[in-house]
Design a protein. Structure first.
Length: 302
């Protein structure tokens, strides 16, 4: 593809090339979003050309060239937004409780009441194989208590297989409008069968059928294959209760570490971490503080 030369602006020849370039920069400075993406998609080449006009007047014309570049290489260095100011920082004395489950409940409640957050219970669930290969996906939290954080899924899915061989997970909640994140690390166990069954039958019938149709993470020929199976099961269970598949159920993540993060524009983010002490373990260090229920807490450098 050849370069396309386009006249952009006319000016006196006394204007230097560097000044013309400054004009271009000033022009795009007000188009921040456009500038960001234009920078990724094109290379801008600038030159001046002097032409003779009637009455002996000369004018300099500024041209630019749009040259295709590799669109798979994106420079995102200018993508940043303002977070909270230092006057809105998250200090230790602002903790509503020294029990991190209660503190989570407070932040979660604020997230659910925020009109700009569609699903406050959406979380990234990260699992890992015994060999150390990680995987992550978004799921919905379905409950939490002092015992832990609950979610439901297909036991034969990739995450189910990884949790079977390596029963540890990390949960991350990110509430962007509030500039807040909560990270939870812990061991994972299946919840009792009856608890899974009770939740399964509380779901809409279409969701119950969907769980039966989908052998999660297995390869299927196309979407029509799923539609056809779904139609057949809708007819089969039209007037019947949908049995919960034996490959479906819930997990509980028993937290060992809970980190509360709040963003600051100057990047001196607030990070307050709660750690559950193991039996017989004692907290050490002047900067580690005693929490409630066997937890200690401390601040991390951002």
């Amino acid at each position: 593809m050849s370069n396309v030369w386009t006249e952009l602006v006319t000016c006196d020849t006394s204007v230097s090339l560097s000044s013309c370039r400054s004009m271009i920069r000033a022009l795009f400075a007000n188009w921040r979003y456009t500038q960001l993406h234009l920078r990724n998609l094109v290379t801008i080449l600038v030159q001046t050309n002097t032409v003779a006009l009637p009455a002996g007047r000369e004018t300099g014309r500024l041209f630019f060239s749009i040259k295709p570049t590799d669109t798979t290489a994106m420079d995102l260095s200018d993508m940043r937004k303002k977070y909270k100011g230092d006057g809105e920082c998250f200090e230790e004395d602002q903790l509503v409780s020294l029990d991190p489950i209660k503190q989570f409940g407070n932040w979660f409640d604020e997230a659910t009441k925020c009109p700009d957050i569609g699903e406050a219970n959406a979380m990234c669930v990260s699992t890992c194989t015994k060999e150390g290969f990680p995987s992550a996906r978004m799921l919905l939290l379905k409950g939490f208590s002092n015992e832990g954080f609950r979610f439901f899924t297909n036991y034969e899915s990739r995450k189910g297989r990884e949790l079977e061989s390596n029963p540890f997970a990390c949960l991350v909640f990110y509430w962007e409008p509030l500039n807040r994140q909560v990270r939870i690390e812990g061991s994972v166990e299946r919840i009792p069968y009856q608890s899974s069954c009770d939740y399964f039958h509380s779901r809409p019938k279409s969701s119950q059928i969907g769980a039966v149709v989908s052998r999660q993470s297995t390869i299927v020929p196309d979407r029509e294959y799923l539609r056809q199976n779904n139609r057949e099961l809708e007819e089969k269970y039209k007037d019947k209760e949908v049995p919960m598949p034996d490959y479906w159920g819930g997990y509980i993540v028993k937290p060992q570490v809970i980190e509360f993060w709040q963003g600051q524009t100057n990047r001196l983010h607030d990070r307050i971490v709660f750690k559950k002490l193991k039996d017989g373990e004692v907290s050490t260090g002047e900067m580690m503080h005693q929490g409630e229920g066997g937890w200690v807490y401390y601040r991390l450098s951002p």
